[in-house]
Design a protein around this ligand. Sequence first.
Ligand code: FAD
Ligand code: SF4
Ligand code: SF4
Length: 479
Amino acid sequence: MSKQKMLKFTDVPRLMPEKRTAEARREDFNEIYREYADEKAAEQASRCSQCGVPYCQSHCPLHNNIPDWLKLTAEGRLQEAYQMSQATNTFPEICGRICPQDRLCEGNCVIEQSGHGTVTIGSVEKYITDTAWEEGWVEPIRPHAERPESVGIIGAGPGGLAAADMLRRAGVQVTVYDRYDRAGGLLTYGIPGFKLEKPVVMRRNKQFEEGGVQFVLNCNVGEDISFAEIREKHDAVLIATGVYKSRDLGGPGAGLPGIVRALDFLTASNRKSFGDEVPEFDSGELNAKDKRVVVIGGGDTAMDCVRTAIRQGATSVKCLYRRDRANMPGSQREVQNAEEEGVEFVWLSAPKGFTGDDAVTGVKVVKMRLGAPDATGRQFPEEIPGSEYTEDADIVIKALGFEPEALPSLWNTPELEVTRWGTVKAKFNTHETDLPGVYAVGDIVRGASLVVWAIRDGREAAEAMLAKFNEASASVAAE
Ligand code: FAD
Ligand code: SF4
Ligand code: SF4
């Protein structure tokens, strides 16, 4: 392979795919970045310096072989680039869109560290796999031989589906149970279309269905079928249920109508995008149109809510966060996108209660300052006495994070061990729980995390299950 194709970072500046104008973005739920033109993707990939020790790769949770697929892209060998990229990642086109690259692969790229601007790894990854879908290079799931073992997966989010994919490719009989009517978990109903267009997720769901993965949808485990029944039906079970209990706010007026949970708001909006009937949206309860919106929180869920409210036609959208911009958990790239679209950030501000009689009319706010660092090293926000004021609002969206549901009691399985935070205890590498044949992955183990970590967990759990199945069949054969 020709060396000159690479190491162009000193001559070629970093260039993201073109971003649609903020005015155009406010009008719809389509993704905000356009696709690279072929030559631009190759040019951007050619900026990679082909590091001997690629920090991008070690900071990618999937340890994607980034330098090699960048090189193949730069050389125009896209089909090979795709083959390499999909070997380690179940959903490269999804990670390319929604991984917080600035904290993972790109944030650790050596040319970023040397001040030249990171290689746009995520955008190239998305480009490679989108092209593969367009060109028909994405092959259907066709196991070489069927296996007798059967696995029940509870939760059709990225963790459960990554495991389903690997198991099915190996010929295992896979059934995925989910309480929603569509597979995809938060990819389908949490993350808005302007970050991840829904046909991208549905196309994968179809691929799994056509590959023989059985989906049992609208099935709430613990209500429609018991956990014990699922264990009886399958040789192994994977818990991949995510975290859905919203953290709440107290204070006077906290129960007023018009104060809603982030995930209810986002799910209603995503359902509308699918063309579903959503009475709570049509009634205005979960619709920001013509309203003054206040979102409370500083994470990525809060960013998704403010940007959804803008697209729904809110008259104003403010985001209240108790720390400052530098100390917020959400991605800076998303804050910038939100600001461009017209969101106002009210930093160092915390809610103390709500005004209103029959419905919320405002948030009582107290201003904060950052004090001494706490045990984690983060500066602790303190109230500034006498700084209270009211922020007017017709709808208040609580985006304060998520906690696990109490699975042992919901599933009548007290023997399922959980941590003091309620997350399921599972072995670090194999993802086995203390219950024989039961594995757990993704947010229900890690707490609210990232898609890419759920994918990694799901793939590792599938490998561990396959190893167990192979061991068992080898010992039967030896008898
Ligand atoms: P989930 O995706 O939550 O899937 C769990 C599935 O289990 C769901 O379909 C649920 O219906 C099902 N389920 C739960 N309980 C039951 C039951 N009892 N019976 C049957 N089915 C059940 N991460 C990123 O990397 N990038 C982002 O940009 C990003 N944005 C986000 C935006 C929002 C609004 C939210 C909430 C999260 C975001 N995340 C993002 C985090 C990411 O979505 C999660 O980390 C990831 O989806 C976790 O995958 P999972 O498979 O563990 O669970
Ligand atoms: Fe980067 Fe995520 Fe792709 Fe890994 S999976 S290379 S972290 S965008
Ligand atoms: Fe290329 Fe950056 Fe990875 Fe080095 S760290 S191999 S320059 S993408």
